[in-house]
Design a protein around this ligand. Structure first.
Ligand code: UFG
Length: 330
């Protein structure tokens, strides 16, 4: 069993990975500034409250823990916000990742798993998109993650004692099957969460951003992946590195796309609520279609998804939204 240091482990994806690591018997330490994360979301290991910009606190927390690997989730994640406020993204994502990597060099931490994103591809020329396809982000969020991938490639080339896996997430959604943890943001922007909160009456209507895309029904296509399948991809990447495997990059998606209208229809069916939907202009920074070729992670890491079904994703998210509403009210 290994010792894993997790930045952003109190956040949505990080907390599901911490859970999976803990359940697999690994020793975990979460490092999180709780700006968007929550203490209650950390189900295993300890939590050190700190910012990745605070190099001294970060170094002390890592040095005392002596990790075999670091998983780095702490980052800003909203495409539209990154278009409005790019420097905020370049500061927190690449600049602070550089801090972290320098600290890991100083402490000779040998393995790193990075939360990257399908947004590095921009508008892909071919769908499904493969890891070897050109990187051409169309928003600062994607560019900020691409920069960190470049740092990692150069660093692992320069150092024999450092290897990494970058996981390019497609659209992560869903929640823990027991509804212990799930997405919890102050201003959620993601489609599935917005749809379900609209069903719960927390928003008056759901806007569909763009109905004139060159897709079958005119709305954007995305590859939705259940957060617990994404968590198991991290464990597979960790096993790969612990077994001496080399640096690599993998798409994390199912290879199946759904339109915004598909999601709305599924959300209405599962909730049983005919919430108000309004057609709206396109949102800046949105590619028309983003679907993973996931054959590489399946073949090389033996990753086997267990929740590859839009209804399962939406059902677990719906169960969680109801628990969260009670949690926030009480
Ligand atoms: N959408 C709506 N209405 C909403 C919210 C979203 O129509 O209220 C649409 C968006 O315009 C987009 C689709 O639903 O077409 C999905 O949007 P999300 O905000 O749920 O997710 P994104 O595709 O913008 O981005 C997510 C992650 C990124 C990641 C990307 C990869 O936030 O980190 O998936 O596919 F890079």
């Amino acid at each position: 069993m290994a010792r894993i240091f997790v930045t952003g482990g109190a956040g949505y994806i990080g907390s599901h990975v911490v859970k999976a690591l803990g359940e697999a018997g690994h020793t975990v330490r979460t490092y999180d500034n709780l700006s968007t994360g929550n203490r209650w979301a950390v189900l295993f290991g300890d939590l050190v409250e700190g910012d990745i910009a605070d190099r001294e606190t970060l170094k002390r927390a890592i040095e005392a823990f002596r990790p075999d690997a670091v998983m780095h989730f702490a980052a800003f994640i909203e495409v539209a916000e990154s278009v409005r406020n790019p420097l905020k993204y370049y500061r927190n994502n690449p600049a602070n990742a550089l801090n972290l990597l320098e600290v890991l060099q100083e402490l000779a931490v040998p393995r790193f798993i990075f939360s990257s994103t399908a947004a590095v591809y921009g508008t892909p020329e071919t769908i499904p998109v493969r890891e070897s396809d050109p990187l051409c982000p169309i928003n600062p969020y994607g560019a900020s993650k691409m920069l960190v991938e470049r740092f990692l490639a150069d660093l692992s080339f320069a150092r024999d004692d450092f290897s990494y896996v970058a996981l390019r997430y497609f659209n992560v959604a869903g929640a823990d099957a027991q509804s212990r943890i799930g997405q919890c943001y102050k201003n959620p922007t993601h489609l599935i969460t917005r749809a379900l909160k609209t069903a719960l009456g927390e928003f008056p209507k759901l806007q569909v951003f763009g109905t004139d895309y060159p897709t079958q029904d005119g709305t954007c296509i995305r590859d939705y992946i259940h957060v617990d399948d994404l968590a198991s991809a991290h464990l597979a990447a960790l096993d790969h590195l612990l077994a001496g495997g080399g640096s690599d990059i993998f798409n994390c998606g199912y290879g199946r796309g759904y339109s915004v209208r598909d999601v709305v229809e599924s959300a209405k069916r599962i909730t049983g609520i005919d919430f108000t939907v309004e057609e709206a202009p396109r949102r800046e920074g949105d590619p028309a279609a983003l679907v993973a070729d996931s054959s590489r992670i399946t073949a090389q890491l033996g990753w086997t998804p267990r929740f590859a079904d839009l209804d399962v994703i939406i059902r677990t998210a719906w169960d969680w939204e109801q628990v969260l509403k009670r949690k926030l009210v009480s």
